[in-house]
Design a protein around this ligand. Structure first.
Ligand code: NAD
Length: 492
C-alpha cells in the first residue's frame, strides 16, 4: 500500500478534538461519571481531560436503542448492495479525516505520527473492506440439495458490542464497527478510557452517510461500562481486543448466554534467529519488533531466540542500532518511537524489567532518552534469564534473549509460552525458515521481517492459546456478528 503523505494539522485543531461525548440514539452527550483519573499527553505528562464514563442509565439507553434498531430491522433488510454503498460512502467521508485522526491519536496515545498516519488509513479502508464483503455475495449463497437449491443466509445475531484498547484504537474500532454494520447489526462501541478520542471520529464519518438513528453508538468508560454491555442479554455478539484479564471476564459473560465472541488478546511473540541469518536484517527486525507502536503491540517481540553461535554478534548489532532509535515527541515526524501510553503502564513495564533483573537478567538499553518529562521507556533487551521465567506478555518495549543449540530446541522455546499470536524466523535459507515456521504454534509467522503489513491483508489473523478466541480478518470478523440460516423447500 502506498503511504499517504504526512500532513500534521495545526496543534490548536488537534486540541479542539479533545471533547469527549457519548453517541447515543443519534445524540452527542457529555459522559457524566468522573472516573478519578486523567487522559494525559504522554510526551509531557500534562493533563488533557478527566477520564469520564457514561452513566449506567445512559448505557442502558444505548442498549435499548440498539435493540429497537435490531427489532425494526430496516438496516438488516436493505439489500447487501445498498448497505455496501453506505459503507463506501462512510469510507469516503472518513478518508479526508485521516491526518486529524492520526494527530489526535498521537497526541494522547504517544504513538508516533508517522505510524498513526499510516495505520489510521485502516479506519476508512475497513469500511471499504466490509463493503467488499457484502458485494462478494458472502452474506447470501445457495447450495444444491436433493429437492432443489437451499438458500444460506448470514443474518445479524442482534446487538453487537465492540470493545477496544488504547493502542491503535481508531483502526481497531473501525474494523469491528464496519464489519458489524456490514453484517446488518446495530453496534455499540466502547473505546478505552485511556484513549477514546480518535474513535469519536467514527461518529463524524457515519453521521454523514445517513444511517438509521441509533445503529451506531458510542459509550465511554472502563471495566464497569464494559461489563454492563457484555452481560446484557440483548447483546448477541462481542468483539473484544485487550488484555488477558479483560478477555477472561468478557468470555465468562458471553458464556452465560452463549453470545458469539471474538477475543484478540496479547502475545509473547518469539523470533527465531537461525545461525545463517543475515545479521543486519535480523538487527533491524529486532529493533522494529521492540519499537513498533512503542513496543505496545500485540505482535511485538517478546522472546528473542538466537542460535548460540551468533548470539553475541546479533546482540551487538541490535544494540548498535538501538543507539540510533529516535525516541521523542510523538507528534514530531522525526521520532521513530514515542512514550508509553500512560504513567501507570510505564511503571508496570519498569516493574516487569526489574523482576527479570532480579531473576539474574542483564539489561541493555542504549537508546538515548529525550529531554521531555513524559512516560518514556527505552527499548530494552534482557539477557541471562532462564526461559521459564519469561513466559508472560510484557506489552512494552522489552524482550528477553535466549540461546538455542538446534532447531528442535528453538521450536520448543518458541512454543513454550501459553500464547500464540505472532512469530518470526530469520534465516538466509527460506526453505529452512519456512520449515521451522510451520512448526510454530501461533496465528502467523513471518520470515525475515516484522512489518506491520500482513503478509496477505485478506488472510485470517488467528489467535492460539491465551492470545484469544476465534480469528480476526475481513471475512472472519464479519462472520462473528452473523448467524447462518439455511432455508429450503421440503418438497415440490
Ligand atoms: P485492557 O484489557 O485493560 O482494556 C481493553 C478494553 O477492554 C478497554 O476498553 C477496557 O476498558 C475494556 N475492559 C477491560 N476490562 C474489561 C472487562 N472486564 N469487561 C469489559 N471490558 C473491559 O487492555 P489494554 O491495557 O487497553 O490493552 C493492552 C492489551 O491489549 C494487551 O494485552 C495487548 O496485547 C492487547 N491487544 C491485542 C491486540 C490483538 O489484535 N490481539 C491488539 C491490540 C492490543
Amino acid at each position: 500500500m502506498e503511504l499517504p503523505p504526512l500532513t500534521i494539522p495545526p496543534l490548536a485543531e488537534v486540541k479542539s478534538r479533545f471533547q469527549l461525548f457519548d453517541y447515543i440514539d443519534g445524540e452527542r452527550i457529555r459522559p457524566s461519571v468522573e472516573m478519578g483519573g486523567w487522559v494525559r499527553n504522554p510526551n509531557t505528562g500534562e493533563a488533557i481531560t478527566p477520564q469520564l464514563a457514561t452513566s449506567p442509565e445512559n448505557v442502558a439507553r444505548a442498549l435499548a436503542t440498539a435493540q429497537r434498531v435490531h427489532e425494526a430491522g430496516d438496516w438488516a433488510r436493505l439489500p447487501a448492495g445498498e448497505r455496501a454503498d453506505r459503507l463506501d460512502a462512510a469510507a469516503d467521508a472518513l478518508m479526508p479525516l485521516t491526518p486529524l485522526i492520526a494527530a489526535v491519536e498521537s497526541y494522547h496515545t504517544g504513538m508516533v505520527i508517522s505510524l498513526t498516519n499510516f495505520v489510521n488509513a485502516i479506519v476508512w479502508l475497513a469500511f471499504k473492506g466490509a463493503a467488499g464483503v457484502l458485494r462478494s455475495g458472502h452474506a447470501q449463497s445457495v447450495a444444491p440439495g436433493p429437492l432443489g437449491e437451499v438458500e444460506i443466509w448470514r443474518k445479524p445475531l442482534g446487538t453487537a458490542v465492540a470493545i477496544v484498547p488504547w493502542n491503535s484504537p481508531a483502526a481497531l474500532a473501525a474494523h469491528k464497527v464496519a464489519n458489524a454494520l456490514a453484517a446488518g447489526a446495530p453496534v455499540i462501541l466502547k473505546p478505552s478510557e485511556w484513549a477514546p478520542y480518535s474513535c469519536l471520529f467514527l461518529a463524524e464519518g457515519l453521521e454523514q452517510v445517513g444511517l438509521p438513528r441509533g445503529l451506531f453508538q458510542i459509550v465511554n468508560g472502563g471495566t464497569a461500562v464494559g461489563q454492563q454491555l457484555v452481560t446484557d442479554r440483548r447483546v448477541r455478539a462481542v468483539s473484544f481486543t485487550g488484555g488477558l484479564q479483560g478477555g477472561r471476564a468478557v468470555a465468562a459473560a458471553c458464556a452465560h448466554d452463549f453470545k458469539a465472541m471474538q477475543l484478540e488478546l496479547g502475545g509473547n511473540n518469539a523470533m527465531i534467529v537461525l545461525e545463517d541469518a543475515d545479521i543486519g536484517k535480523t538487527a533491524e527486525g529486532i529493533v522494529a519488533g521492540l519499537t513498533t507502536l512503542n513496543g505496545q503491540w500485540c505482535r511485538a517481540l517478546g522472546r528473542l531466540l538466537v542460535h548460540e553461535s551468533i548470539a553475541g554478534e546479533v546482540l551487538e548489532a541490535a544494540l548498535a542500532r538501538l543507539q540510533h532509535v529516535r525516541l521523542g515527541d510523538s507528534l514530531s515526524p522525526e521520532s521513530s518511537m514515542g512514550p508509553l501510553a500512560n504513567e501507570e503502564h510505564r511503571r508496570r513495564i519498569g516493574t516487569a524489567v526489574s523482576h527479570l533483573e532480579a531473576c539474574g537478567g542483564q539489561k541493555h538499553a542504549p537508546t538515548p532518552l529525550p529531554d521531555l518529562p513524559g512516560h518514556f521507556f527505552p527499548p530494552t533487551l534482557i539477557t541471562g534469564v532462564a526461559p521459564e521465567e519469561t513466559l508472560e506478555e510484557i506489552f512494552g518495549p522489552a524482550a528477553t534473549l535466549h540461546t538455542f543449540r538446534d532447531e528442535a530446541e528453538a521450536v520448543r522455546l518458541a512454543n513454550q509460552t501459553p500464547y500464540g499470536l505472532g512469530g518470526y524466523v530469520f534465516s538466509r535459507d527460506e526453505a529452512r525458515a519456512l520449515a521451522v515456521a510451520r512448526q510454530m504454534n501461533t496465528g502467523g509467522v513471518k520470515i525475515n521481517g516484522v512489518s506491520l503489513l500482513e503478509l496477505n491483508v485478506d488472510a485470517p489473523r488467528p489467535a492460539w492459546g491465551l492470545s484469544g478466541f476465534g480469528e480476526e480478518g475481513t471475512l472472519e470478523t464479519f462472520n462473528v456478528f452473523c448467524g447462518r440460516s439455511v432455508v429450503g423447500v421440503a418438497g415440490r
